[in-house]
Design a protein around this ligand. Structure first.
Ligand SMILES: [Cu+2]
Length: 72
């Protein structure tokens, strides 16, 4: 799992903007970016500033979070 801080939550778009560390399965270095989020209700459990662990995958060119859990 990657982790990083939540910077912005867009409930209408179902997306989250967050910093993240390197993500090996996507070949991504650390950066801040916006992800679509798949798990139902996952955004409701997040607040800006939360550190949250997540799994991201490339789905047809979109980077999508498929699992996410707040780190307390
Ligand atoms: Cu990235």
């Amino acid at each position: 799992m990657a982790d990083g801080e939540v910077r912005r939550i867009d409930g209408a778009a179902g997306s989250v903007t967050r910093g993240h560390g390197p993500i090996a399965n996507l070949g991504m270095p650390a950066m801040t970016m916006t992800f679509a989020v798949i798990p139902n209700g996952a955004l409701d459990k997040l607040k800006v500033g939360d550190k949250a662990k997540f799994v991201a995958e490339d789905r047809s060119g979109n980077t999508v979070i498929t699992e996410m859990e707040p780190a307390r």
